[in-house]
Design a binder for this molecule. Structure first.
Ligand code: SF4
Length: 331
């Protein structure tokens, strides 16, 4: 039976700027079981990275705030967790990989020392030889010969640097890995290799993963469930088959995929949709997609739809609710 690792309920996050309050997340609900991989998909600015930063409690100090909701990690309340306990959780249990490997690596230290630093931090008292043995293991695990541990980041290619970042992120066996566009900066063939490696490692180490991406090919290759995010809300959520097959979809998902999604499709990038996301400083009374939606009805501009649940496949749209149907017939 699957075991719940992460549960996010009704999460609201706001950024306060000098001019305005930005409503970045507006009631996010999602969950992740041990060993599962969830794809977070959406346009830039939809709130994907804010979800990851909220899980790590690394929202920018003074400006980013969780204003409502719950984040439970293995039954522990992250929202109210003290910083000291949180520091323990970061790295020990939850690691993050960013898009740009160079920004995550220190150019002045050898890669071996950077992996060793993380291992030592999380295993105080571990003998030097044991640390070195673990460094060698981690290098080999990501497909880089251990003898290259004395080299510096600039001596590696982009793909290898990202492998080293992954080795660092995995060196304390986290139970949850947050990967924010981990292959975007790499060329296509290297992307495929790094993804395959991440998928294999995840299986071997039973690490759960949240994969933030624009790339529908990445989602199809590695994710078991998918959340489609629009303007700080999850508009569609389900198992990979729910999202890539079947006949029920949120109009935004259909727009993103350029057509009804198809897991065998060769279309890999998100399709641009006409129009812009709504201004995040101005809360809307209705559906946030209404101004761009080809199916918008009167009710869509005045009321926010509830998610309709089809056996775990959730769609937040009046097209699927009795209320929307009744209103449409009455129009
Ligand atoms: Fe379109 Fe209305 Fe559904 Fe929003 S609720 S996606 S506007 S049909």
């Amino acid at each position: 039976m699957s075991e719940r690792l992460l549960e996010i309920k009704n999460l609201h996050v706001m950024y306060k700027t000098d001019e305005d309050d930005v409503y970045a997340l507006n009631g996010i609900n999602l969950h992740l079981d041990k060993g599962e991989t969830l794809g977070l998909v959406g346009e830039t600015g939809a709130g994907k990275t804010t979800i990851a930063l909220s899980i790590l409690k690394l929202l920018p100090e003074q400006t980013g705030f969780i204003t409502d909701g719950e984040i439970q990690f293995d039954g522990k309340d992250i929202v109210h967790m003290k910083e000291e306990e949180m520091r323990n959780l970061r790295g020990n249990d939850i690691s993050m990989i960013f898009a740009d490997p160079m920004s995550a690596l220190n150019p002045l230290h050898t890669v071996g020392n950077q992996i060793a630093e993380v291992i030592e931090l999380h295993n105080p008292g571990m003998k030097h030889e044991e640390v070195e043995k673990k460094v060698d293991e981690m290098m080999e695990l990501v497909g880089i010969p251990a003898e290259r541990k004395t080299e510096y980041p600039h001596q590696f290619s982009g793909g290898m640097r990202q492998r080293i970042v992954i080795a660092i992120a995995l060196s304390c066996n986290p139970r949850l890995l947050l990967a924010d566009e981990p292959t975007t900066a790499l060329d296509v063939t290297i992307q495929a290799q790094v993804l395959k490696m991440m998928d294999d490692l995840k299986e071997r180490l039973n690490t759960a993963m949240i994969m933030i991406t624009h790339d529908l090919g990445v989602v199809a290759q590695i994710c078991s469930s998918v959340a489609i995010i629009y303007a700080g809300e999850i508009v569609e959520y389900g198992k990979i088959e729910d999202i890539y097959e079947g006949d029920k979809h949120h109009p935004y998902t259909v727009g993103l995929f350029g057509s009804i999604p198809d897991i065998t499709s060769t279309a890999k990038r998100l399709t641009p949709i006409d129009g812009l996301m709504p201004d995040p400083t101005k809360p809307l009374p209705g559906c946030r997609f209404a101004d761009r939606c080809p199916h918008a009805m009167e009710i869509c501009h005045t009321k926010s739809p509830e998610a309709v649940d089809f056996n775990g496949h959730r769609i937040k749209c009046f097209l699927y609710s009795q209320e929307g149907k009744t209103k449409e017939e009455g129009q």
